[in-house]
Design a binder for this molecule. Structure first.
Ligand code: AMP
Length: 357
């Protein structure tokens, strides 16, 4: 989707990927299939391009360092490093004066017991690296849960987070240019199913002050990181309206896919503009939107029926294999601005797809 946005701006993308038949390669000018830990591959890739970015976090930071010695890498490897490690991420965010769930680093079972005693139960134990979509985490409800969860989760170290009894999960996607200019999309509301994003509603139905807090947090983190590129900030909104940062991702984000259809400039275009040094116009929205992910073989198989639903805007990613839990595509439904219906209305508008909405 970034490659498509880049093409529309007149750029040609060169994709470095480990995957044969990657979705990005299908719509790009050039592709290198290789290991992003291999210096020879990286040197050859850098020689072929003008500016380098990444669109998921589990790439090698050392590999990015090598690339950054050859060509501009945006966001910088230091931003990637912070987002790759939950301890670095929370330390950084808290250092800006921004609240997160209370947390403790955990390297031994004794430390876990001490952390659980301090933070209380329930709590969530997470790997510090390479966890996403609920992978690499365990909910601890009783003291008996501690030892088995500690045994199961790897790689260590881990982090224990106090459980947040939130009213809503929201996110803000912000772009920032080399000159410090910033453009942020409206705060959206995210619903998960089996720890995977299922539905995003734009805009989030939150109080004006809560919205302002979420927007300020996203902009402060982008500025604090000295970001050039795109950043998604996922947040919990507590029942009292308090906003806590859950995690940050310095790349286009699933909760911003609705922007392709509801905004003059999508998150992908904002990403490309930011890394290419183009002006960043305000991230406006001409419609309200509901975005529903198509996850795994089950939902991918609904494709022919999805195409027959009026007013659903379909997006299929061209992934080779539909594995359980894998995001295969999404659909967007637009509503007149200010007319995003309540939960039942959104469900109605998604037809048979809304069984979980
Ligand atoms: P994460 O991988 O950190 O984004 O967590 C995945 C999902 O687990 C989040 O979207 C929340 O629904 C839930 N979750 C994560 N951390 C917490 C927490 N500290 N308290 C409550 N729920 C959480």
């Amino acid at each position: 989707m970034s490659a498509l946005a880049a093409a529309r701006l007149g750029y040609r993308c060169h994709i470095l990927t480990r995957e044969h038949y990657s979705p990005a390669a299908q719509v790009s000018h050039a592709v290198t299939v290789g290991d992003y830990g291999d210096p020879a591959v990286l040197r050859e890739f850098a020689a072929a391009v003008d500016v380098i970015s990444f669109e998921f976090e589990n790439v090698s930071a050392e590999g990015l360092d090598l690339l950054a010695s050859l060509k501009p890498v945006r966001p910088s490897p230091s931003v990637l490093r912070i987002s790759q490690d939950r301890i670095a991420e929370k330390t950084f965010v808290n250092g800006l004066g921004v609240a997160t769930a209370p947390w403790r680093p955990v390297t031994t079972l004794e430390e876990l017991e001490a952390a659980a005693a301090t933070l209380g139960l329930p709590a969530v134990l997470k790997t510090t690296r390479e966890g996403y979509d609920g992978k690499g985490q365990a909910m601890l409800r009783t003291p008996d849960d501690l030892a088995p969860a500690f045994e199961r989760l790897a790689p260590k170290p881990l982090i224990l987070e106090g459980f947040v009894d939130y009213a809503m999960e929201v996110s803000v996607i912000v772009g920032r240019g080399e000159d410090g200019s910033v453009s942020a999309f409206d705060t959206v509301e995210n619903r998960h199913h089996d720890h995977i994003l299922d539905l995003t509603l734009a805009p989030a139905r939150i109080a004006v002050a809560t919205d302002a807090a979420a927007q300020t947090i996203a902009r402060d983190i982008a500025a604090g990181l000295d970001l050039i590129g795109l950043l998604a900030v996922e947040m919990f909104v507590g029942n009292d309206g308090q906003v806590l940062v859950n995690e940050i991702a310095p790349r286009p984000h699933n909760s911003g896919h609705w922007t392709i259809d509801a905004c003059p400039m999508s998150q992908f275009e904002l990403h490309i503009r930011a890394i290419a040094g183009l002006p960043l116009p305000p991230a406006t929205r001409h419609a309200d939107a509901a975005m529903k992910n198509l996850v795994g073989p089950e939902e991918a198989a609904l494709w022919p029926r999805i195409l027959a639903i009026p007013d659903l805007i379909p997006h299929l990613y061209g992934k080779e294999e539909a594995r359980p839990g894998r995001k295969m595509g999404h659909v967007t439904r637009l509503f007149p601005k200010g007319a995003l219906p309540g939960d039942f209305g959104v469900a109605d508008s998604l037809g048979f797809l809304a069984r979980r909405a």
